[in-house]
Design a protein around this ligand. Structure first.
Ligand code: ZN
Length: 522
């Protein structure tokens, strides 16, 4: 906005306040990125003996980050700025207004938490995770239940303290998916569920389901490393601003505006483990690399939410990586990389083998169709826990009953059921729904991309990913978190958020692969 045609001007003394608030946020991001780097190192490089001292290092940096995030001088500046902007007052741009609103909201959330509670939660999370590792190994629910009960109690207290005006579960959800409300999420899931259940039933009744035998071929790790790196590079991941390493659980971590770290794991008898791991994490990485580096630490340069982040990873992993055009491009390169494998397979056969559907007890092994049922189960149960409608003691039975109802199989042990995920043990409650929201957003974005780029299939089949990436960069990445995820997705796609495109996408791909058509039987 220019000022020449604007007679109203903000008091000039608040401009330095804005600059100081932005500088403070960016300095805090420097500290937080050090914490992230320590975390990356811990999961990839740290020798066993370094663990205890690393905990001291992380605690020291975390306390610096916390002090910076609750700095009273920063609060005063932001509150002065917010007052000067109230009701559209002052000559501030939309970006400046949104920046102040978001920074102040984050700061108030932190300030409302009593230091005693922050400490207790940190301790209960460490305690919970350690107990969970053992409990899962021995399928020992009884050993873990008291830890979880304590965590649920503390998270409820956190929710009430940090957002007294919200339903406690919504307060927790809001940390991961700003602006999302569980009543909306629940309604969306209720609309999604019948279509998924119908698709699952149809796929299970298929007389000619896809099989993935042809993917079970020996692929040496060194050749895989070169191959997946090439794929990440071709879809647009910039290795001068990022890396790829190995870890037990794949992840993506950002250590600075030009330093994005991906990891994957390897299976020498199954290429999809590493390949889809990399496509997923590189999807996260492309988002991080598409954020504005000069705004690192400011809402303009940060990801919108976990759900939007997950939409980017799922889009590259599932909607690109499991598509026929992708395999038309990729298969000849795979044959070159692994001369002993895939020699007589067609792109159609390889692509179809990636669409196997079946109930799995374990979420992280689930296919694209059943995955969302895993999430809905967790969402309903954790919401009931936080609201006090379900006691921790009754959780395993509630889990198994619901699982049997949705999937037609019953977990035999707690390790295969309620103890399988790390999230709750580390206090991550309100996090699960963002996975399915990511799937919903990704399908909606892809539908919009297909309208905007009619040549998309040809582009992908010839290894040209830049037009797709450009669309995502402009509509999603460059927006930062100036908007909440719902309005961001609506602006990017021109439509309100809806489950419709995910449902269509699943039916259109999995129906034909199972010979059951592209829509539920009438
Ligand atoms: Zn992810």
């Amino acid at each position: 906005m220019t000022t020449s045609d604007h007679p109203r001007r903000s008091p000039p003394d608040l401009r330095p306040d804005y600059a100081a608030a932005a500088a403070h946020a960016q300095r805090t991001a420097v500290l937080a990125s050090v914490e992230a780097l320590l975390g990356w190192d811990e999961q990839t490089m740290l020798p066993q003996g370094g663990g205890a001292y690393r905990a001291d290092q992380v605690a020291a940096v975390a306390s610096l980050v916390h002090s910076a995030r609750t700095d009273p001088a920063q609060r005063d500046r932001l509150e002065r700025l917010a007052a000067s902007m109230e009701g559209g007052k002052g000559d501030w741009s939309d970006e400046q207004r949104a920046t102040v609103v978001r920074l102040l909201r984050d700061l108030h959330k932190q300030l409302r938490l009593p230091p005693r509670l922050v400490e207790e939660i940190a301790r209960a999370c460490i305690d919970g995770q350690q107990a969970w590792v053992d409990a899962r190994r021995h399928s020992d629910w009884k050993g873990f239940a008291p830890k979880l009960a304590r965590l649920v109690e503390l998270k409820r207290e956190q929710a009430t303290a940090q957002s007294p005006d919200l339903d406690p579960y919504d307060a927790l959800l809001d940390d991961y998916e700003p602006g999302a409300r569980s009543s909306d999420v629940s309604a969306l899931f209720d609309r999604l569920r019948p279509g998924i259940v119908a698709l699952l039933r149809a796929c299970r009744g298929s007389t000619c389901p896809p099989r993935d035998d042809l993917l079970k071929q020996h692929v040496p790790r060194s050749a895989q490393e070169r191959f997946v790196r090439m794929v990440a590079e071709r879809i647009g991941f910039d290795f001068t601003r990022g890396r790829l390493d190995s870890s037990e659980h794949p992840f993506c971590s950002t250590a600075g505006p030009h330093d994005c770290r991906l990891t994957t794991r390897w299976d020498e008898s199954y290429l999809p483990t590493a390949l889809f791991g990399v496509l997923h994490e590189a999807g996260h990485g492309l988002y991080e690399q598409g954020l504005r580096p000069d705004a690192f630490g400011l809402p303009r340069g940060e990801a919108a939410s976990l759900g939007v982040h997950e939409s980017q990873s799922r889009l590259w992993e599932n909607l690109v990586g499991r598509s026929l055009p992708f395999w038309e491009w990729c298969l000849p390169l795979a044959r070159k990389a692994f001369p002993a494998a895939f020699s007589d397979a067609s792109p159609e056969a390889v692509q179809r083998s990636m669409l196997v559907v079946g109930p799995s007890l374990i979420r992280v092994e689930a296919d694209e169709v059943t995955y969302n049922l895993h999430i809905m189960l967790r969402f309903d149960l954790e919401r009931a826990l936080i609201r006090g409608d379900l006691a921790v003691a009754d959780l395993p039975t509630a889990w198994d009953d619901r699982f049997e109802q949705d999937f037609g199989i019953r977990p035999g042990t707690a390790a295969e059921g309620v103890l399988q995920d790390i999230h709750w043990s580390g206090g991550l409650i309100g996090y699960f729904p963002t996975y399915t929201l990511g799937n919903v957003y990704s399908a909606q974005m892809m539908a919009a991309v297909e309208t905007d780029l009619p040549e998309l299939s040809t582009h992908i089949a010839t290894g040209q990913f830049a037009p797709l990436l450009h669309w995502l960069r402009e509509r999603v990445h460059a927006q930062g978190r100036l908007l909440d995820p719902g309005p961001l997705v609506t602006n990017a796609t021109g439509r309100p958020v809806s489950e419709r495109w995910l449902m269509e996408s699943l039916w259109n791909r999995y129906g034909p692969a199972h010979g059951v058509g592209t829509s539920p039987p009438a």
